[in-house]
Design a protein around this ligand. Sequence first.
Ligand code: C5P
Length: 232
Amino acid sequence: MKDVIIACDFDSWEKTKAFLERFENEKPFLKIGMELFYAEGPRIVKEIKARGHKIFLDLKLHDIPNTVKKAMKVLSALEIDMCNVHAAGTAEMMKAAIEGLTRPDGTRPLLIAVTQLTSTDGQKLRAELLIEKSMPETVLHYAKNAASAGLDGVVCSPLEAKLIKQVCGQDFLTVTPGVRFAGGDVGDQKRVATPKWARENGSDYIVMGRPITEAADPAAAYRRAKEEFLYE
Ligand code: C5P
């Protein structure tokens, strides 16, 4: 169940393909975000699925319930494995997303929620969004909304995963970006954790981008991430 997801933050299929060709035997779980999806469209999902990878389609839907439901129906037909919405869209929107994602045979991709973006801090929460509660309280409340709407989990910091599981249940999935190898380049991430720390503190899936995509040997960096996250 636990796995390492590689963030494919590329702007074209050519670059993505060149990256995937660095892997000989493994078929990593991949995250496709807005940049790649908007550049290449649904064909990118089909191409990558055809190569045998699992896909987390990170499009963070947020719209009126009916629009999200219909958009999710389209995404579900792409045979993705995981996708997401903003919990700020309300429980009604999240329930509509599940309805749209559920295929005629009853199966559906995993659906997780973004609580508050990590680029939003406590000051912006109060001054711009007019949310008086603290960031941890807000994140936990949105996670609870997602759980009661029937979602499978949330995207969160590894630093929040343990508490979210305590509140929403151990089966509620935590998908955590902001993961770096010990001593590695942090880049623009503010609060980071190592793969081992993330596992010990409740992450079900770690999302790693640049530490793998920009490594001299991406396949070796991916194996290291799996080793540290799953076994160390
Ligand atoms: O390269 P890096 O490991 O920082 O990539 C992390 C990935 O996770 C990026 O695709 C980034 O957009 C995404 N992400 C994040 N923080 C969030 C949500 C998503 O870093 N809160």
